[in-house]
Write a protein that binds this ligand. Structure first.
Ligand code: 2P0
Length: 326
């Protein structure tokens, strides 16, 4: 029966980053990416109801009614009409979404939000699809959302087809595969970013000289990263993670005009992680930064306290410290 569904999805952190589209409409990426879907602490819960008496679609986010005519919201909610058409549903939808994210923490919630929307809408429409098929609908809302449809260590395959039917997320390993892995988050700045990822990546493709070189080696790096995670080889995993983060930020800086998401505190943390690893004589901590200055430091359970102690040095600038299982 078509009708109502409530579903949840959590945020994900990419260790091989998505930065650039080959198709802006379908949100098809230039390269494949790899991420860990985070644990339960950062999640969005969404209920979708198809109701006969409803005149217009309604979307409530954290208790506030959103304007579905607003350009960015309309673009990101396109999946609703696509799913409705596929399921041959005429009813309008009432969507109620709650972000269970720490307040003012500077976490991007769009991946969890748009993944939860895809999962709940498909379920309410009584379409029983696999996780990879579901990821196609989440992707239409936001590229990184495709990875949040699945748990554990996930690859979003770039695909080759023009219609995007092979640009899907696939689980490479379940969350239980590497139980010792931890993600210590340092919030350097909880403010809104100056340039959106969507606009920034478009500008990078248009202007960066380094970007084509990145595209030449990135698929090989993906294979190396998959091997490192499957083998739970923290040395390899850590090195690839840090180099890949810097590589993405290098093409951002090479964009014209330059895009700079890292700030001085982010850079100091990079040096501090290398110093910690150098004292240990091996990699025990690995940073990665997305489109912002906040740091995710991957480590293993036994070294969490050392990483937290290192971040304490920056507590005047690093507002929140959290530890996640992935
Ligand atoms: C990632 N980011 O792989 C990379 C790393 C930001 C830096 O995916 O235009 O919000 O909605 O597809 O998914 C952010 O991009 O962009 C992103 P759209 P999205 O996590």
């Amino acid at each position: 029966m078509k009708g109502i569904a409530t579903c949840e999805a959590t945020a994900n952190i990419a260790v091989i980053k998505y930065w650039g589209k080959r198709d802006d409409e379908l949100i098809l990426p230039k390269n494949s990416s790899l991420s860990f879907t985070m644990d339960e602490q950062l999640k969005t819960r969404t209920t979708v109801m198809f109701l006969q008496d409803l005149k217009e679609d309604e979307f409530w986010l954290n208790g506030k009614k959103m304007d579905l005519k607003e350009k960015e919201i309309a673009e990101r909610m396109k999946q609703l009409d696509i799913i409705r058409k596929r399921a041959e549903i005429n009813e309008k939808a009432l969507i109620v979404s709650i972000n269970c994210f720490p307040t003012a923490a500077g976490f991007a919630s769009s991946a969890a939000g748009l993944a939860a929307l895809a999962i709940a809408t498909l379920k309410a429409a009584d379409l029983n699809l696999s996780g990879s098929e579901t990821s196609i609908f989440a992707r239409i809302g936001s590229g990184s959302a495709s990875r949040s449809v699945l748990g554990g260590f996930v690859e979003w395959r770039k695909g080759e087809k023009d219609d995007g039917s092979d640009s899907i997320a696939v689980q490479i390993a379940p969350a239980s595969h590497w139980p010792e892995l931890r993600n210590v988050i340092g919030i350097v700045d909880a403010g809104k970013k100056k340039i959106s990822s969507r606009a920034g990546m478009k500008q990078t493709i248009a202007t960066s000289f380094l970007y084509p070189a990145r595209m030449q080696y990135i698929e090989k790096v993906i294979e190396e990263m998959k091997k490192a995670v499957i083998a739970k080889d923290f040395q390899k995993f850590g090195e690839i993670t840090m180099r890949e983060s810097s590589d993405m930020h290098a093409v951002m800086l090479d964009t014209w005009p330059p895009i700079m998401y890292l700030n001085n505190i982010s850079r100091e943390i990079i040096y501090a992680v290398h110093e910690l690893n150098s004292i240990e004589g091996k990699i025990i901590a690995a940073y990665t930064f997305d489109a912002g200055p906040n740091v995710h430091i991957y480590t293993t359970a036994e070294n969490v306290a050392r990483v937290q102690k290192m971040l304490q040095e920056y507590r005047k600038c690093c507002k929140v410290l959290k530890v996640f299982k992935r």
